[in-house]
Design a binder for this molecule. Structure first.
Ligand SMILES: [Zn+2]
Ligand SMILES: [Zn+2]
Length: 162
């Protein structure tokens, strides 16, 4: 986004058109470098791409983009873990399916959450395994620090002895 000119108008760096400043906000009200028209165009492009790929294609693309694994590799991991969470052991059939993500503004339904989510190291990007949502959240909240998780376990165990 460029500096407002004397009239307070801003030139969009993508479409080069001049708009009032309030056009440089997303539909959720966040500041944006794209003008409203460019955001709408981008959203429509994404919607069309999702439509062309279909749910299976979107899922494959997500796995690849986020974790660099294929659907086949994901399924191989599931099988290797006997379809269970790598920490608590909950079977994927016993995991409640929740809808992930915010509702999409373009009206397409949000992706159905997979039951076992891919857990990866945030530094190396290496995939560690598959976890249920709760355990994945726990790992994230511990800042991926085994010492914190051990200290938490020790704390709980000490309280049980009392
Ligand atoms: Zn624009
Ligand atoms: Zn779990």
């Amino acid at each position: 986004m460029e500096q407002p000119d004397s009239g307070g108008q801003i030139k969009c760096r993508y479409c080069r058109k001049i708009w009032p400043p309030e056009h440089f906000r997303t539909a959720r009200g966040k500041p944006s470098t794209h003008c409203r028209a460019c955001l709408d165009a981008k959203r429509e492009e994404t919607r069309l791409r999702r439509e062309r790929m279909g749910p299976a294609g979107v899922r494959a693309a997500n796995l690849w983009d986020k974790y660099r694994i294929t659907v086949e590799q994901y399924d191989a991991l599931r099988a290797a873990q006997q379809y269970r969470c790598g920490i608590c052991g909950t079977h994927e059939d016993d995991i409640t399916v929740i809808l992930t993500g915010r509702p999409r503004l373009d009206g397409t339904p949000t992706a159905r959450a997979v039951r076992l989510v891919v857990d990866h190291c945030h530094n190396s990007r290496r995939v560690r395994g598959l976890l249920c949502n709760n355990c994945n959240t726990m790992i994230g909240l511990s800042s991926e620090d085994p010492a914190i998780l051990r200290a938490g376990a020790a704390y709980l165990e000490a309280s049980m002895l009392q």
